[in-house]
Design a protein around this ligand. Structure first.
Ligand code: AMP
Ligand code: ZN
Length: 468
């Protein structure tokens, strides 16, 4: 049974979706005014992994992640780039997909853009006014927080606490300082849409309430985002959605912790960020994913090149095992499981069980990864050229299987192998030029120990695997 820590109840709960094996999941996506940074990337990787793990456990996941393509930052960027908000959105959505694909994020079922849901958003605002939860003042529409008794339930604070803690500008036009805008009247030079309250644009919170409602229905299973979204964004989404439908908005609320730099949140405003593409230029996507998933998603994680390097060598250790098994497949002499190997398969299966137990416990990827290492250690000591082909295949399949929900161990080792060998051949040639015969011989011997034979031919150095 999967357990999820629910921000709403502050407890780990059994995960029971509304419809049997179907999961309706909504993740708040990026504002598309710039390339996303690797802090945003952590949140995307975390929820991509959770989605993939749910799929691994047999669920059919409808995964919605929106693009916020109209807000102050979008307007500012359009002015800076001398273009329109639409053009800025088009451009950075295209760039988003490049980086998201680069991080091996599975494409969402739908990535709705707020500006494509204007009619629905206006209808949502109208419904709230009709029901008495919202009011218009000079072309702005505000949500009346006092009308919703349960306001504050997600952040675990009542209205008075929230008001004391919030830095709110006194605004004479609002009935209450905690009321928030769900529709904003057009200011000069701003893009605007026609509405019953004049030209204007939606507030950020109403967009997510509306797109979730349109694409997934009244009550969804999981609503997720970074922990900075608990208040006010998600609190306000709950108020709007539950007042409109009279039903619970989401069963489980999930929030991932920040990626930090020197213990401070990575963010554009602090200018302490690295874009995802900068990081991907230097490190493989799987190394980045390994790093992000080596901590539990609810604990903060400090980002550093040291940690990336250590993630890289951890991934190399895993790939070495995969590489060795793939080579063993070419060497082994017998086909089928022996009697004792059938027993050993039970040991191997126990790692799958342990992995599932850890991952079922609120997606403990850190322990899931440790379990893969335990499996690999066991395989390294117990599987060799005397093993059957069936056993080697089984072990290989299991290692790759457990990597899949995490988005690791999906690369072919053959490309890596070629790069690895070519690099060593070059090192050996350089050593020879420098008349460092000892080093040249050592490289040759090391490669031989890995099953790679070098041949010096008049056309240059050739290489092949020992048993080709
Ligand atoms: P934004 O484009 O700022 O709206 O952020 C998109 C997503 O990234 C949201 O779910 C944020 O909570 C999340 N996010 C922003 N900064 C960080 C960070 N430093 N670490 C983890 N998640 C973040
Ligand atoms: Zn949202």
């Amino acid at each position: 049974m999967i357990k999820i820590y629910n921000t709403l109840t502050r407890k780990k709960e059994d995960f029971v979706p509304i419809n049997d094996k179907e999961v309706k999941m909504y993740v708040c996506g990026p504002t598309v005014y710039n390339y996303f940074h690797i802090g945003n990337g952590r949140t995307f990787i975390v929820f991509d992994t959770i989605r993939k793990y749910l799929e691994y456990r047999g669920y059919d996941v409808k995964f919605i992640q929106n693009f916020t393509d109209i807000d102050d930052k979008m307007i500012k960027r359009a002015n800076e780039e001398n273009s329109t908000v639409k053009e800025v959105g088009d451009k950075y959505i295209e760039e988003y997909y490049k980086d998201a694909d680069g991080l091996k994020l599975k494409r969402a079922t739908v990535n709705p853009r707020a500006t494509e849901y204007m009619d629905e958003i206006i209808e949502f605002v109208e419904a709230l006014i009709e029901k008495g939860y919202a009011y218009e003042v000079d072309g702005d529409v505000y949500f009346s927080t006092k009308k919703f008794d349960e306001y504050g339930k997600l952040s675990g604070q009542n209205l008075d606490d929230l008001q004391a803690g919030a830095r709110i500008n006194v605004d004479e036009r609002k009935n209450d300082p905690m009321d928030f805008a769900i529709w904003k009247a057009q200011k000069p030079g701003e893009p605007a849409w026609k509405s019953p309250w004049g030209m204007g644009r939606p507030g950020w919170h109403i967009e997510c309430s509306c797109m979730s409602y349109k694409l997934l229905g009244e009550t969804i299973d999981i609503h997720a985002g970074g922990s900075d979204l608990v208040f006010p964004h998600h609190e306000n989404e709950i108020a709007q959605s539950e007042c409109r439908t009279g039903k619970p908005f989401a069963k489980y609320w999930m929030h991932s912790a920040f990626l930090n730099v020197n213990n401070q949140k990575m963010s554009k405003s602090l200018n302490n960020f690295f874009t995802a593409r900068e990081v991907l230029e230097k490190y493989d996507a799987e190394v980045v994913r390994f790093l992000m998933l080596s901590a539990h998603y609810r604990t903060q994680l400090n980002f550093s090149s040291e940690l990336l390097d250590s993630a890289k060598s951890s991934m190399e250790r895993l790939y070495n095992a995969v590489f060795n098994l793939e080579n063993l497949l070419k060497e082994v002499k017998s086909e089928n499981f022996t009697h004792s190997e059938k027993e050993y398969v039970k040991t191997l299966d126990s790692y799958r069980e342990k992995y599932i137990e850890k991952m079922d416990d609120d997606f403990n990827t850190a322990d899931g990864i440790s379990t893969i290492f335990d499996l690999v250690r066991d395989v390294n000591t117990n599987i060799n050229a005397e093993s059957s082909k069936e056993l080697v295949k089984y072990a290989l399949g299991l290692i790759r299987e457990l990597g899949k929900p995490l988005g690791i161990l999906e690369n072919s080792t053959q490309n890596d192998l070629e790069a690895h060998v070519e690099k060593l051949i070059e090192d050996r040639q350089n050593a020879r030029k420098e008349r460092n015969w000892a080093l040249a011989d050592k490289i040759r011997d090391d490669l031989k120990a890995q099953g790679i034979v070098l041949e010096d031919t008049p056309q240059g150095v050739r290489w092949h695997l020992k048993n080709d």
